[in-house]
Ligand binder design. Structure first.
Ligand SMILES: NC(=O)c1ccc[n+]([C@@H]2O[C@H](COP(=O)([O-])OP(=O)(O)OC[C@H]3O[C@@H](n4cnc5c(N)ncnc54)[C@H](O)[C@@H]3O)[C@@H](O)[C@H]2O)c1
Length: 349
């Protein structure tokens, strides 16, 4: 039985809570939250951009702590799940590791690369697992692409294009503050930076052009250059400073013997595939992937299954490991530096 303590019962805390309850051999044994009514189980005012609205929950038998240090001291907790605002991730993750807990931290790992380095060092010193909630590889379209690529039937990867665009999220009042959320590079594109790192490794150089707002990247295009010069990889991401373009994500991935395509967007208030996940083989046949539909929390169930299995088996995750997440941060930092300097930026690989 893996025993989990969740710190921060907001949108993500609620989604994780729901997901843990769908896993066997896992139990949420503690929560920590500063808002008194949430600490008492009234989660009805929690809302996000997917999943069900919050509910009144029964916390009988669960440690409910106003002070997160009490959760870190709770011997009924093996894994601390940090679903706090990003600015708190680094310090609380380090404190949890020092308290001897395994840690899952929501994405992005932190706001600064130096904080990621501190987190990785703390995990090493404590000899505990540190994972970061990069859920994208567990979304069915991305999971399908990973399976096809890793299956090897269609040859080696040649490259790909990745897209993630949203309207300005005006309801997130701290979105454009570097010390709180850090804008769309860290909040949004980090998902694709992590996926690109997972597929192709760490790029040697990035070239990014685009717009800034409040000294943060707002909307941009990036080309990634790898040691293997034949890899052609690009991404477009960011925020459009208008409403009415709520969400769009897509990829086109090239393999030697197939192309994988997909695009999903919210248009006129309705979410739909502009291109369902499709494999085009070298004879020109189009095969539509059999994608399990429905509940977006399914991806979190699969992500948290991997996390809790890693804790149970004492093994690092090859998808959610902290070093991979730190690399995603390095990629984003290089993209920001390139956009701001108008020059290609080299990563030390
Ligand atoms: N993986 C994804 O797709 C995804 C989606 C949304 C958010 N996120 C990430 O999840 C994290 C949380 O985002 P959110 O939207 O759930 O935020 P949120 O504001 O809805 O929730 C944060 C909660 O933490 C609580 N809190 C703050 N300080 C605390 C403290 N010291 N002790 C205990 N509780 C405290 C707040 O009261 C709030 O309830 C962010 O890092 C964000 O980037 C990830």
């Amino acid at each position: 039985m893996t025993r989990v303590g969740i710190i921060g019962i907001g949108f993500m805390g609620w989604i994780h809570w729901l997901a843990y309850h769908r896993l066997s051999d896992v139990r949420v044994t503690a929560i920590s939250e500063t808002i008194p009514k949430r600490l008492a189980g009234d989660w009805r005012d929690i809302k996000g951009n997917f999943g069900p609205p919050g509910e009144q929950v029964d916390l009988t038998g669960i440690g409910a702590y106003a002070n997160l240090d009490d959760l870190l001291r709770d011997s009924n907790v093996d894994l601390v799940d940090i679903t706090l605002p990003t600015a708190f991730h680094a310090d609380i993750a380090i404190r949890a590791l020092e308290a001897g807990k395994h840690v899952l931290c929501e994405k992005p790992m932190a706001l600064q690369l130096a904080d990621c380095e501190r987190m990785v060092a703390a995990a090493k010193k404590a000899n505990r697992l540190l994972m970061v909630g990069h859920v994208l590889p567990f979304f069915p379209e991305y999971h399908w692409a990973l399976q096809v690529i890793r299956g090897g039937e269609y040859g080696k990867l040649l490259g790909g294009e990745f897209r993630r665009v949203i309207s300005d999220p005006t309801w997130l009042t701290k979105y454009w503050l570097p010390e709180h959320i850090g804008g769309p590079m860290l909040d949004l594109h980090i998902h694709d930076a992590h996926f690109i790192r997972l597929l192709f490794g760490l790029p040697q150089e990035v070239t990014t052009t685009g717009r800034q707002r409040n000294n943060l990247p707002e909307f941009w295009h990036t080309q990634f250059r790898f040691a293997d010069r034949d890899l052609a990889v690009a991404a477009t991401s960011g925020t459009i400073n208008q409403q009415g373009r709520p969400f769009d994500h897509a990829f086109e991935i090239h393999l030697e013997k197939a192309t994988l395509m997909f695009q999903f967007a919210v248009i006129g208030g309705e979410g739909r595939y502009l291109c369902p996940p499709t494999l085009l083989d070298s004879s020109g046949n189009a095969q539509h992937a059999d994608i399990p539909g429905g509940d977006p929390t399914d991806a979190f169930v699969n992500e948290l299954r991997e996390v809790t299995n890693c804790v149970r088996d004492g093994r690092p995750s090859d998808t959610l490991g902290a070093v991979l997440a730190q690399d995603a941060m390095r990629i984003c930092a290089a993209q920001t530096a390139s956009l701001q300097s108008g020059k290609p930026v080299t990563l030390n690989t």
